[in-house]
Design a protein around this ligand. Structure first.
Ligand code: FAD
Length: 539
């Protein structure tokens, strides 16, 4: 997956062959996106909407997609930002849910991460999307930390209602609520291949042109920028901005422009996945509105409830177990005969994702691992930035430096957050022990962990504009994993224990009510699939 050199022809600027959008280029700007997976179509639809290309004759967007090289087809779990993105694109929520076999996601339940299962006991905690309740900006975390460890509720259950709502198989919203909103924060699980189809349909409606064909050759000019792409099916294709959404193949940013790949493998060990579709045990089995992430001897398994089937995958490090062992772990977990698919990856990213007139979005730019579902959210972050920074005139490379700084910071921050999940484990296997070796833990995380021994994560630990995860996401993982922040000596600084106790009781009361009032998740999905979001009596 690292940048591989390959023969790329370099030529002096010369008149290119006639192109359908050449005349437009003289007055405006053209964008050519290579790749029609989630990254390609999300980028196309988002830019078409943001730049209003259907009203701007001088702007054009084309997607060149190979009909033979498939999209990766994984990426079933998302982040709440996807709701804003879909809404911005003008996609109807009920239609989206129907067309992509989607369900609601309220967070992740981590199983066996803190400790390996022992004598029937299993360690488990919930990472909800909801932020903890607070009053007048006062965090509940210190008051929870000062409670009796033996009798207090798990952190996520104490500070939000979402853990109990999700555990009760309830949905985050009711049928009459408007599109993309509800009382609780949520994202979706969906069929990734169907998502790309929905996005493609919307992109075409918004004026994006679709070409089926391959990148045969990428020709560079004498400055090293892309002069044109040669496709056997369409000849030479030129544009002002080329967006590489060609997945792990990284046709432009990697193969043509040789942007170095920065591996995160010394920190994040997982480099393989084996994935399958698994049936529900019964047609009326509950559909979990959270991803279940179950640790195993050398990685973890995802279990994602879609309508109709579950997407299950085993993520692992090939330095610690072989493919056959991973496949056996998956089959043992699923407990049924399934067809499997193997995927290799390397955690890392390109520090320069925008070079001259080419910017990479999606897997071509980088990928860390499936934990915490950061693939699509990184695409959303990149495309929102491209839309805002897009130079309508002047050099198309102008935003490159800023874009690269911000994307690199985002990747680095996510690496820290993902490593936190592994670094706090007490599991005995070699994979887990090596994950706690300080030599594998970024200095920034070591520094934060040292501070968090004496105070909980706070908002000033992070620059929110660069972050995918906020301080409370760190609190959920830390305290879910059993990390200890010792506030005993500073207890006087938290004098409103009575006020906090009232708030904890209020949250329990809200959770009692919400688990009654919110609809059953499976029933709501069935209803949306039949009727949309109209108010109907649930079966
Ligand atoms: P792809 O889907 O690979 O698409 C590449 C496109 O480029 C295809 O259309 C292909 O035809 C085209 N192409 C390639 N070469 C050429 C060529 N020469 N000419 C023309 N076209 C070409 N993300 C999440 O958010 N949540 C998750 O739960 C999640 N789980 C994941 C699990 C695994 C194991 C992996 C590997 C990734 C996961 N991701 C997840 C990441 C997610 O899958 C990707 O971010 C997302 O699918 C975007 O992929 P893409 O569009 O960049 O690449």
């Amino acid at each position: 997956m690292g940048a591989t050199a390959r023969s790329t022809r370099v030529e002096s600027p010369s008149p290119v062959r006639e192109l359908w959008y050449l005349s437009r280029m003289k007055r405006g700007r053209s964008i050519l996106i290579v790749g029609g997976g989630t990254a390609g179509w999300l980028t196309a639809a988002y830019l078409a909407r943001a730049l209003r290309i259907s009203e701007q004759a001088h702007l054009s967007i084309t997607v060149l997609e190979s009909p033979e090289i498939g999209a990766i087809g994984v990426g079933e779990a998302t982040f709440p930002t996807i709701r804003n993105t879909l809404q911005f694109l003008g996609i109807d929520e009920a239609r989206f849910i129907r067309q992509t076999s989607a369900t609601f996601k309220q967070g992740i339940r981590f199983v066996d991460w803190g400790d390996a299962p022992s004598e029937g006991r299993r360690h488990s905690f919930f990472h909800p999307f909801e932020a903890p309740f607070s009053t007048d900006g006062v965090s509940l975390a210190p008051y929870w930390l000062l409670q009796d460890q033996a009798s207090r509720a798990p952190f996520a259950e104490a500070v939000t209602i979402q853990a109990r709502v999700a555990d009760a198989a309830r949905a985050p919203k009711r049928p009459h609520e408007s599109d993309f909103s509800g009382p609780l924060n949520y994202a979706y699980h969906f069929d990734a291949a169907k998502l790309a189809e929905v996005l493609a349909e919307r992109a075409r409606e918004l004026g994006v042109r679709h070409l089926q064909g391959h990148v045969g050759e990428t020709v560079l000019d004498e400055t090293g920028a892309i002069a044109r792409i040669v496709s056997p099916e369409h000849g030479g294709l030129t544009a002002d901005l080329y967006i590489d959404c060609s997945g792990f193949r990284a046709e432009l940013i990697g193969k043509a422009l040789s942007a170095p790949f920065k591996s995160a493998r010394p920190v994040l060990f997982a480099d393989r996945a084996v994935a399958c579709r698994a049936p529900y045990a019964r047609p009326d089995a509950p559909i979990q509105s959270y991803t279940v992430a179950t640790a195993h001897e050398a990685g973890w398994l995802w279990d994602i409830g879609l309508s109709g089937a579950r997407g299950v995958g085993c993520v692992y490090s090939s330095d610690h177990i072989d493919d056959d062992r991973a496949e056996a772990i998956l089959r043992d977990y699923v407990g049924a005969e399934v067809e499997t698919r193997r995927i290799a990856f390397e955690a890392g990213y390109r520090e320069k994702q925008w070079i001259d007139n080419c910017v990479a979005v999606g897997l071509s730019a980088g990928f860390l691992e499936p934990l915490e579902s950061t693939g699509v959210v990184l695409i959303e972050a990149a495309v929102a930035m491209i839309a805002e920074l897009f130079p309508h005139t002047g050099p198309v490379s102008a935003p490159a430096r800023r874009f690269n700084e911000l994307m690199a910071a985002r990747y680095e921050n996510i690496i820290v957050f993902l490593k936190l999940h592994y670094a706090l484990s007490r599991r005995p296997e070699r994979f887990w022990r090596e994950n706690t070796d300080p030599a594998t833990i970024p200095e920034r995380l070591q520094d934060l962990l040292e501070q968090w021994r004496h105070r909980p994560p706070a908002r000033f630990d992070f620059i929110l504009d660069l972050e995918t995860f906020a301080f409370f996401n760190y609190q959920y993982i830390l305290y879910g994993m059993g990390f200890e922040t010792d506030l005993a000596d500073g207890a006087d600084e938290f004098p409103d224990a009575a006020g906090a106790a009232k708030l904890f009781a209020k949250i329990r009361g809200f959770a009692d009510r919400a688990t009654q009032d919110l609809p059953n998740h499976r029933d709501l999905i069935a209803q949306i699939n039949r009727f949309g979001f109209e108010e109907r009596v649930l079966a």
